[in-house]
Design a protein around this ligand. Structure first.
Ligand SMILES: [Zn+2]
Ligand SMILES: [Zn+2]
Length: 484
């Protein structure tokens, strides 16, 4: 058994008092389900009221949870909550923007069903942007946005300050708990019972097996980038074999994101879900993905990226805002306090070639514009080849994706890339604000002359094509000057 981390605040390990309001964040996975089961089995022993009237259980639905987790919760957890009359609240993001708030999908002491999908899911967001959840730095960005944020906002409206907030971090997750204990918004006071009980995953799973007679699976989204790591990979692939059409959804997301960025794979280190499934012989999932891709309309898009150089260490040391102390010795190395100040760019007057590091990539700027109207997958592929032929360009086929390159990345940074590719017509046209001026400047650098036409291809084409004459403006859009 792991020792209790001495650095956790002691009150995060002590149970609530019967006068406390208690909120349990239930992720539907083994950890929090085990906590729920144990609290419900012995409320008084865990500082709750006998009738559980001071306990609220809340789940935020990402919309992309594996269905086996949902099914087990339906079968075993809901009857338990209903029998004990525990208030169970199901919430989700209300829409794409934070301003859309959250929606309550269900709020009852007699829950009869799980509502796994809200009006805007994580995969909705990924489809629209043509990207995948980020795994950089091990940060659970999507989990914060689709779970933590939703529950915090619901709690702010419904829980009195000082409430105890139960999170099911297990005894091996004290690092995450320590971080979480710092968030005290709305007077939230966390309680980490699994750490207090010194329960690690094997004991939790064994406990659930005793309670319900099943192996409780991990809760995570189908398109989660984390389960490729060795320990959970087997369970992940086994799940994909049982639920091929769900795995196929993630394959489609990966396919599109990869088409838009050849360096993208669902998992870190260039490991792709499609490859893992192929190695695993999961033809059912791959065939289902092909079917899903074939069932939607496609479009040809023009993808452009500006890949700037990262700000150099030298620049970080010298430029940017300065604190009271450092401002008196200009040109000196800034102190650590300066680096905490806002607006961390170098002042234009002090900017020099030394400010950027050509070896390291800075924040990437992307533009995606569709050319022409949506059409079938085959018709989009034909359009891509035809237009490439007219321009005398080659169609490159790589990892099952056909691209027509207008310019490729150079060695080092800054650099640019530009290509045409056919993708499912779910990706929204979008250029980040500030993209066009950066693109124009980079084209000027690459060509050694003033930039030609920074406008989006559709605007340059003059008009959108009409449905009855599908091919006319294709050529106009492609008559763009071949930028580099
Ligand atoms: Zn600088
Ligand atoms: Zn300073």
């Amino acid at each position: 058994m792991p020792a209790i981390a001495p650095t956790l605040p002691t009150d995060t390990l002590s149970p609530p008092l019967p006068d406390d309001e208690v909120l349990l964040s239930l992720g539907l996975g083994a950890d929090s389900v085990y906590v729920a089961w144990r609290l419900l089995s012995d409320p008084v022993g865990h500082g709750l009221r006998e009738d559980l009237s001071n306990l609220t259980v809340v789940t935020s639905m990402t919309g992309d949870e594996w269905s086996d987790t949902i099914d087990l919760s339906r079968r075993f957890l809901l009857p338990l909550l209903a029998e004990k009359g525990v208030r169970y609240v199901q919430v989700a993001r209300g829409g794409r923007w934070d301003a859309d708030g959250y929606v309550v999908l269900s709020d009852t002491r007699n829950p009869v069903d799980i509502e796994p999908t809200g009006p805007w899911t994580l995969s909705d967001e990924l489809r629209a942007s043509g990207t995948l959840p980020m795994y950089s730095g091990g940060k659970h960005v999507c989990s914060i946005k689709y779970k933590g944020w939703v529950i915090d906002n619901w709690a702010a409206d419904h829980m009195a300050p000082g409430y105890r907030h139960i999170i099911g971090y297990d005894a091996d997750e004290t690092g995450r708990a320590r971080k979480d204990s710092g968030f005290t918004t709305n007077g939230r006071r966390p309680w980490y019972p699994l750490i207090a009980w010194q329960m690690s995953r094997p004991e939790i799973l064994a406990g659930l097996r005793r309670a319900f007679g099943v192996d409780w699976p991990k809760s995570y989204c189908v398109e989660c980038p984390f389960p490729s790591v060795a320990a959970s990979r087997e369970a992940h692939l086994e799940r994909a074999r049982r639920l091929p059409s769900e795995a196929a959804m993630a394959v489609c997301l990966e396919w599109t994101a990869h088409a838009l960025n050849p360096l993208t794979t669902l998992y870190a280190g260039g490991t792709s879900l499609a490859e893992l499934l192929a190695e695993d012989g999961n033809q059912a999932a791959l065939a289902a993905a092909e079917e899903q891709l074939a069932s939607v309309l496609w479009t040809v898009v023009r993808v452009r990226r500006v890949l700037p150089a990262k700000r150099s260490r030298w620049c970080v040391d010298r430029h940017g805002p300065r604190c009271e102390k450092c401002v008196r010795t200009p040109g000196s190395v800034r102190c650590p306090a300066c680096r905490e100040l806002k607006r961390q760019q170098c002042p234009p007057a002090e900017r020099s070639a030394l400010c950027s590091d050509p070896e390291r990539k800075g924040r990437v700027w992307r533009s995606v514009e569709s050319i022409g109207l949506p059409r079938s997958r085959a018709a989009a592929a034909a359009m891509l080849r035809r237009a490439a032929g007219r321009r005398g360009l080659e169609v490159e086929e790589a990892a099952g994706v056909e691209r027509v390159w207008l310019s490729r990345r150079e060695e080092g940074f800054p650099t640019t890339e530009q290509f045409f590719v056919a993708v499912p017509n779910v990706v929204e046209d979008k250029a980040m604000p500030g993209f066009h001026s950066r693109w124009t400047a980079q084209v000027a650098r690459r060509t050694g002359r003033a930039a030609t036409d920074p406008r989006p291809a559709a605007a340059a084409a003059g008009r959108r094509e009409s449905a009855d004459r599908p091919d006319t403006t294709d050529t106009a859009a492609w008559r763009q000057p071949a930028l580099v």
